[in-house]
Design a protein around this ligand. Structure first.
Ligand SMILES: Nc1ncnc2c1ncn2[C@@H]1O[C@H](COP(=O)(O)OP(=O)(O)O)[C@@H](O)[C@H]1O
Ligand SMILES: [Mg+2]
Length: 274
């Protein structure tokens, strides 16, 4: 009104909780007298969120490409360091053998980190087929038993009596579930990990419940974010990978956790309906 000129701008309104494009235009009568203004506001919160998401995913894609290249370049020399250290470990004795063993162990830790990074950035095609969920979970549970034994944890299996068939990529779902198991094994000592499956409407539900230390309320919203970790040697990529895999299968993942009590993850996958 002071300048009698039009103005268009984007504003953030904390009271309405959104972003608006606001345009203010002066109105003049036929003899050029200023008689008022027209204000038009349009809410563009969705558009702004979308814009931010696009920028974010472009940045992630560029970062991912870089990470994949670096991981790839580091992997080959690392494999030969590991190979030669293992040979030294066999030939040496005493203190020096211990040193070689440390190299071997640290190299395998680095290899695991690279595997997680590559698992996060690579976009391998998914190969779906009809899979018996109970059979798959049995196989994964068998595979994880030695890791569970290390900390005196027991695995309990409570599978649905009905056969649950879903059209999934078994290798990818296995990876997704092993990430959850691995975290449960990290968090739990002298406890149990219960694996359950059941049918809910037209979905198969896979539940993994541990009796470990649980997740703090304030951390819960972050656990699926890439690079979020509470571990000194964590990559924070495990659950991000799991989340991506479940999404690629049009599934859902939910988590319930009580600090000091334990954690439950539930994965929902669409059943194959004939
Ligand atoms: N079963 C669990 N019990 C307790 N904390 C968990 C569990 N699963 C995940 N978390 C928390 O979520 C974080 C992210 O997990 P993840 O993405 O696998 O990364 P990382 O294992 O490398 O830390 C962990 O650092 C941990 O704080
Ligand atoms: Mg993990």
């Amino acid at each position: 009104m002071v300048t009698k000129r039009s103005h268009v701008g984007e504003i953030e309104d904390p009271h309405l909780g959104g972003t608006f494009v606001v345009s203010n235009s002066p109105i003049f009568d036929s003899s050029g007298n200023f008689v008022g203004t027209v204000h038009i506001s349009r809410e563009i919160t969705e558009l702004r969120n979308l814009r931010e998401r696009v920028i974010h995913s472009e940045r992630m894609a560029a970062l991912g490409e870089l990470a994949a290249r670096v991981a790839h370049e580091i992997r080959n020399p690392l494999i030969s360091i590991g190979g030669f250290a293992r040979r030294l470990e066999k030939k040496l004795s005493g203190d020096i053998q211990e040193y070689a063993k440390i190299i071997v162990n640290e190299v395998s830790r680095l290899e695991n980190i690279l595997k997680e990074i590559l698992g996060f950035v690579k976009t391998a095609r998914i190969n779906k087929c009809r899979v018996d969920i109970n059979e798959l979970m049995n196989e994964i549970a068998d595979f994880i038993v030695p890791t569970m034994d290390e900390k005196d944890n027991a695995i309990l299996r409570e599978f649905s009596d009905d056969t649950l068939i879903a059209v999934i990529d078994p290798d990818k779902i296995k990876e997704a579930i092993i990430n959850i198991f691995t975290n449960a094994a990290h968090a739990t000592e002298h406890g149990t990990l219960t694996v359950r499956t059941w049918q809910e409407h037209d979905e198969a539900v896979i539940e993994l419940v541990d009796t470990g230390h649980g997740i703090k309320e304030e951390d819960l919203k972050n656990i699926f974010n890439p690079f979020f970790t509470t571990k000194s040697q964590g990559t924070g990529l495990g659950l991000a990978v799991t989340h991506n895999i479940v999404q690629e299968h049009n599934g859902k993942i939910k988590v319930d956790s009580t600090w000091g009590r334990g954690t439950a993850f539930r994965i929902y996958l669409p059943l194959d309906t004939p």
